[in-house]
Design a binder for this molecule. Structure first.
Ligand SMILES: [Zn+2]
Length: 210
């Protein structure tokens, strides 16, 4: 299985990717996790990437491509989550796998108001990193972590202005990317406004028999 999940943050594709990857026993490769690892361990790629992330910009193609290609190595199966994000990345991935890479691409669709309401409610613990959501997963006491009593805060990534900015850039870049996969005949569109269980069942339908 060599699948790609695309779509805005907040569309639930990360959660879906985790479940499907586990079901099939393939690695779930998220550019977000890759980036955090590179930034956290302060690799050369990570330090460069952090400057863009801090200003709410997307990390440039060549940086991300290099991280992903390193990670893919010689894997037989994978579920790529949030990559490729641009046509240039898609073409690079296509070329590096001799056109025999990605089998199916799922585009998770969600409108901007829904994205903002889902993401801006996120809260993160300063001490242990636990994640909450003011509506969907509230802490017992407001702004206090259930696990460790630490202070909860809203990451810059989760502020409405940052979300709107990032969503608009991503949407502009997604057009040619989706067209690329559509022409290859491997693009499926997923309505991500539905409940996670319904979306999961739809995705399972594409797996066929184990
Ligand atoms: Zn905590």
């Amino acid at each position: 299985m060599r699948w790609v999940f695309l779509g805005p943050p907040g569309a639930g594709k990360g959660t879906q990717a985790k479940k499907i990857a586990k079901l099939r026993g393939v690695p779930h490769i998220s550019t977000g996790d890759l980036l955090r690892t590179e930034v956290g361990t302060k690799t050369e790629l990570g330090v460069k990437a952090k400057e863009y992330m801090d200003s709410g910009e997307l990390v440039p193609d060549d940086l991300v491509i290099e991280m992903v290609v390193q990670r893919l190595g010689s894997l037989d199966g994978y579920l790529l989550d949030g990559f490729p994000r641009t046509l240039a990345q898609a073409q690079a991935l296509h070329d590096r796998t001799n056109g025999d890479g990605v089998e199916r691409v799922f585009d998770f669709e969600l409108d901007e108001d829904r994205i903002i309401s889902r993401l801006s409610g996120r809260r993160t613990c300063r001490s242990c990193g636990a994640m909450y959501h003011v509506d969907f997963l509230p802490s017992e006491k407001e702004d206090v972590c259930d696990n460790c009593g630490g202070e909860l805060f809203q990451r810059d990534d989760d502020k409405p202005a940052t979300i709107r900015h990032r969503t608009q850039i991503a949407r502009r870049q997604a057009g040619p990317l989706l067209e690329f996969y559509d022409k290859l005949g491997i693009l499926e569109t997923i309505d991500a406004s539905r409940s996670p269980d319904v979306v999961h069942e739809e995705l399972r339908g594409y797996l066929g028999d184990p």
